[in-house]
Write a protein that binds this ligand. Structure first.
Ligand SMILES: [Zn+2]
Length: 345
């Protein structure tokens, strides 16, 4: 009897003391050759790839071949209602336009198992367009990570309505790229993970963030926290499906700009003085161009280049179950929908 009690106590304490888990998502992947450097870090980071960018296809493929989680980083209209690009979801779009944009974006990043928003502080506050967006993800059995660029996001409401698992970002690592600020945010992410058993932090492929992570990712385990891919926070019985394992809702519309168009767009943003207003999209493009100049000499290592990877390096076998839309959705408990809390409400 005594031993039984000891055994029970041990079992209970080990399950209660399960290691806290931390996810680090790197947004804005796809603009730079240097984004490949993040795959050289031998840790399960999650990669959020911007569709229709120079390296989106290759980077997503390389990440998948390395067994990392890939999600689509979908541009959405921001609070300043800036015209992000022709590939961004906008509140004035109708349902078919939104679905076609998403079809094209997922066709460009077919390795994606879910999606989060790039900007989107205006779009994600809306009802109708978010209803359509989450319905789309539900139909394709993909989940949503709310980057939480606004406290008034309606994502939870429509994720619940359409049976889409919702994860929420708690910490942005690099709004300020100084080492002290990165360190503060990184430690806050660790602390939140310990407090709530799990936390989601988002960073960007800035050189400062890369250098910080390279130096400090090893400290996560030392702090008693496990760094896990984003999919580890989904419900255990959730069937993980890649975008290329479900059908697009419409015929794919090619939205990638031609090289000539692309160059003319770049030329536009490189002359901000001619514009009346510096939009967030333009500011971001300028920052990206500066980084590109900084890191021009980086060469993708052979072992990361999806074009030269050996064939025997097999991709991760997805936990794919056939999509059966005729089935009744299972009743779902509340944690299924809201698997994290924003700390900045
Ligand atoms: Zn972004």
């Amino acid at each position: 009897m005594k031993w039984l009690l000891v055994w029970c106590a041990l079992l209970c304490s080990s399950s209660l003391l399960a290691q806290p888990r931390l996810v680090i998502v790197i947004d804005d992947i796809g603009y730079h050759q240097t984004d490949y450097r993040l795959l050289e870090l031998k840790y399960p980071l999650t990669y959020a790839v911007i569709p229709h960018t120079t390296h989106s296809k290759a980077m997503a493929q390389a990440a998948m071949l390395k067994g990392r989680d890939v999600i689509l980083h979908m541009p959405m209209e921001s609070a300043r209602r800036a015209d992000l690009s022709k590939n961004a979801l906008k509140v004035t779009m109708d349902r078919q336009q939104i679905e076609q944009m998403l079809d094209a974006a997922f066709a460009d990043v077919p390795q994606a198992i879910g999606m989060n928003n790039h900007m989107g502080s205006y779009f994600t506050e809306q009802d109708q367009v978010m209803d359509w967006t989450l319905a789309y993800l539900g139909q394709r059995k993909l989940f949503f990570l709310d980057s939480k660029t606004t406290a008034k996001s309606t994502a939870a409401r429509y994720a619940s309505l359409h049976q889409v698992p919702l994860l929420t970002r708690q910490v942005f690592l690099d709004n300020d790229r100084s080492y002290a600020a990165l360190d503060k945010q990184f430690k806050q992410a660790l602390q939140l993970a310990k407090q709530h058993q799990q936390a989601i932090a988002i960073g960007h492929p800035y050189p400062e963030t890369y250098q910080y992570l390279q130096k400090n990712l090893a400290t996560i385990a030392k702090a008693g926290v496990q760094l896990v891919p984003l999919s580890a926070l989904l419900p255990a019985d959730y069937p993980l499906v890649r975008a290329d394992q479900s059908l697009p809702l419409h015929a794919i519309v090619q939205t990638k700009p031609s090289p000539a168009e692309h160059n003319s767009e770049l030329a536009k943003v490189s002359k901000p003085a001619e514009q009346e207003l510096m939009t967030p999209a333009m500011a971001e493009q300028l920052i990206l161009q500066q980084e590109q100049a900084l890191n021009r000499d980086y060469v993708i290592p052979e072992w990361l280049n999806p074009l030269t990877l050996p064939a025997e390096q097999s991709p991760r076998v997805p936990l794919y179950k056939h999509y059966q839309p005729q089935q009744q959705p299972k009743p779902v408990t509340p944690p299924f929908f809201q698997l994290g809390r924003s700390h900045s409400r």
